[in-house]
Design a binder for this molecule. Structure first.
Ligand code: SF4
Ligand code: SF4
Length: 402
């Protein structure tokens, strides 16, 4: 980022509380294009992904929940260029669907990113277990490539890192470097949606990661810290891809308070250190609306009002800070259960919510035999009532869930 951009962004990003919700609005200086490495081609704003040779529209396609191949085709025709999937999405069917569609296009006309999970993580600490091996990781990458019908991916992430130790775990770093050396990945990175500042610092320190996919949104209580860490990583030449821009998708449990997703997305992208984002797109209306954000980032007065109003709401977005977990008598995986809650009520993705609960062996209400709750949420969530609510989904048959 140019000094001018950096000064302008820092000046706005350090504003306090309510001001912070409109703080990512571009200043007059930043709106001039091209600025630094940002340029507007036709109507679409593009940014260089760190020190890579990849230049991307500022809005990319999070394919995770997409099932309709026609949507991918329409995205390609519309001007989307970067598609983000993962080894585990839809049990591999997401990569298969994407591969089937994209093989109809010249390989260099799109950028594909996938995420491969490390073999096993300790649920308590987020650290990789000592059994995690380079071979297991590379075997999974081969499966992903086969599903995608590709020889290589443009970006290979190690999926969902939440601790410094995991980011620096030697067998995985070695696996990533090997994948790159073998030509199976052009660039290597990590994804993180918990404890992000620590993970980003570790990624910088490693000297290995070239791209970071991180949760980043206007509802993060630690967004000032995120702004600083994202700037530091971008200054180190690391490409920054934003995710979880929608901050939970809704401000309340009922569907009557949806997050204004254009406002939320613009808030993220008005940080010029974020090179692109991967909002989930599951229908043609999403596609059209997301594309419109590629063309201009100025917040409308209504969008500014929404961001200010939303600042006063608790919302559904859990920071993953683990304060509550440390205080819980049973050391329950509260942040993960809150994530399931967000999937269920914010995004109406019940199956995904159930999957998260299953991954953490939640079968019943884990708080039912606990008389006094000691787990305090920094955002003021009523922890036991949310846990009781979401744990019911674990008993619902899949046929009744969407
Ligand atoms: S009520 Fe639930 S969340 Fe609270 S301390 Fe007890 S087990 Fe933990
Ligand atoms: S304290 Fe609140 S915000 Fe932090 S992890 Fe727990 S539920 Fe999430």
């Amino acid at each position: 980022m140019s000094n001018l951009n950096r000064r302008a962004f820092l000046k706005t990003s350090v504003l306090g509380a309510a001001g912070a919700f409109v703080a990512n609005r571009l200043t007059g200086a930043e709106k001039i294009t091209p600025v630094g490495r940002e340029m507007q081609k036709g109507k679409v704003i593009k940014r260089q992904l760190g020190n890579t040779d990849i230049e991307l529209p500022i809005v990319s396609y999070g394919v995770m929940e997409a099932k309709n191949p026609s949507l991918i085709k329409a995205a390609m025709e519309t001007g989307f260029q970067h598609f983000d999937t993962a080894h585990v999405y839809q049990r591999g069917n997401n990569e298969k669907m994407l591969g089937k569609v994209l093989k109809e296009y010249p390989r260099k006309s799109f950028t594909i990113a996938t995420k491969v999970p490390p073999e096993e993580k300790d649920r308590e600490t987020g650290h990789l277990k000592s059994g995690t091996t380079k071979k297991a990781f590379l075997d999974k990458l081969d499966i992903s490539l086969e599903r995608l019908q590709m020889d290589y991916v443009d970006i290979l992430y190690v999926h969902s890192i939440s601790a410094r130790q995991a980011a620096l775990y030697e067998p995985i770093l070695d696996a990533l470097k090997t994948a790159k050396k073998q030509g199976k990945a052009r660039y290597i990175g990590l994804s993180t949606h918990k404890n992000e500042p620590e993970v980003i610092q570790a990624a910088i320190d490693s000297g290995v990661y070239e791209v970071i996919l991180t949760a980043y949104n206007f509802k993060q209580d630690h967004r000032d810290q995120m702004n600083k860490m994202i700037a530091k990583a971008a200054d180190a030449g690391i490409g920054i891809v934003g995710m979880k821009s929608m901050a939970g998708g809704s401000l309340g449990k009922d569907a009557d308070k949806p997050v204004d997703f254009k406002a939320a997305l613009k808030w993220v992208l008005n940080n010029p250190n974020v090179h692109t984002t991967i909002p989930g797109i599951i229908n043609f209306e999403h596609l059209r609306q997301n594309f419109s954000v590629m063309e201009h980032l100025e917040l409308t007065p209504e969008e500014e009002r929404f961001l200010s109003m939303a600042s006063a709401e608790k919302g559904l977005y859990c920071n993953g800070c683990e304060t509550c977990k440390a205080e819980c008598r049973k050391n329950l995986p509260i942040p993960e259960m809150m994530r399931a809650y967000m999937y269920a009520y914010g995004y109406r993705e019940m199956k995904k919510a159930k999957q998260v609960l299953q991954e953490h062996d939640i079968r019943d209400n884990p708080c039912s035999d606990c008389s006094i709750c000691t787990a305090r949420c920094v955002k003021g969530f009523d922890v036991p009532s949310k846990l009781a609510d979401i744990s019911r989904i674990s008993k619902m048959p899949d046929d009744f869930l969407v």
